[in-house]
Design a protein around this ligand. Sequence first.
Ligand code: ATP
Length: 324
Amino acid sequence: MKHIAVLTSGGDAPGMNACIRAVVRTAAYRNIQVTGVVAGFEGLINGDFRDLDSTAVGNIIQKGGTILKTARSKQFMTPEGRAKAAENMRKAGIEGLVVIGGDGSFRGADILASEFPEFKVIGIPGTIDNDLYGTDFTIGYDTAINTVVDAVDNIRDTASSHNRLFFVEVMGRDAGLIALRSGIACGAEAILIPETKTHFDKLIAQLERGWKRQKSGHVIIVAEGDDAGGAFEIARIVQEKFDKLETKVAILGHIQRGGNPTCMDRVLATRLGYEATEALLFGQTRVMTGQVAGKVSFTPLQNAVKHNIDVNETIIKIAEIMAL
Ligand code: ATP
C-alpha cells in the first residue's frame, strides 16, 4: 500500500485532531502518502481532498474539533453515493481509508468496504458518547465528561448559595455513560439515564431526605435520552410533587463537544491513530482499533456497532449510596 486517506465523520469529538496527526505521522514514517478528506463521507463523494504531510498536522494536537471538518452525509447512505465515493478514491489512487467517528460512521465504512473490497478500511472510535463495543474508551469521552464536571461544579456553587434544586441535562440520547460518570464525579443527588427507569416516587423521597438533613443544594444529572423526558419535563413533574426548593434547569448542550482534549484523550488518540495506520498498512480491513484493559485490540466493525453497552450495575448502586 502506497497511499491512504483519513476522514472524520459524525459528531465532532475532542482528540480527533490528535488522531489525524498520529495517522499522518505514522504514514510519513512508513513513506506512505496521505490524503485528508474534507467533511467526512460527503468529501469522499465530492472529491474534496487535500494532501497531508507532517507539517500540515503541526500544532493541532491540543485543539478541539477537527481540522478536516465533519459531516453527516445522506448521499453516502445510497449505493449511488458510495459508488461516487469509490470512483473518486480510485481516481486519486487511494488504497486504504481511516475513518475516525462513531457507530454510524462505522456502518458506512463497513458497507463501503463490502461493496468495494479493493479498498481496505479501518475505524478509530472518535465520539464523546463512549458507546462502542471493543474499546473501554472512545476518543473525546474523557474531555466531554471533564467539561461536564467543570460546569456542574460551577452550578453546585450557586445551588448551595441559594439552596436550589438544579436539573442539569447532559448529552446522551441512547446512552447514559456521560451522565453516570460525571454524576458520580460531581456528587449528584441523582443520575437519570436511559438504561434505567426513572421512578418519580424514589426521586422525591431522595429530595425529601436531603431537605430534612438540610442539604444546602441539590444537583440532579439528566441524560437527554432519559425515559421520563428531558430536564425541563422532569423538573416540571418534580415541582408539582415537591415544592420545598426553588427549581432551576441547565442544559449544557454543545459545550460538551468542544474544548482542548484532555491528556488522556490526546494519548489515546495518538496510540489508536498509530496502531490503526500500522494495521491498515499490514492488510487489516473492516475492523475498529480500540483499547481494552490497556491493550490494543481489533474488533470487526459490524460487532463494534451492534452491541449495546451495558452500564455497570455496581456503579449505579455506588452512585445511589453516595447520595444517601
Ligand atoms: P456520533 O456517535 O458522534 O453521532 P456517528 O459516526 O455515529 O457519530 P452518524 O451521524 O450516525 O454519526 O453517522 C455518520 C455518517 O455515517 C452518516 O451521516 C452517514 O453518512 C454514514 N452512515 C451512517 N449509517 C450508515 C449506513 N447504514 N449506511 C451508509 N452510511 C451510513
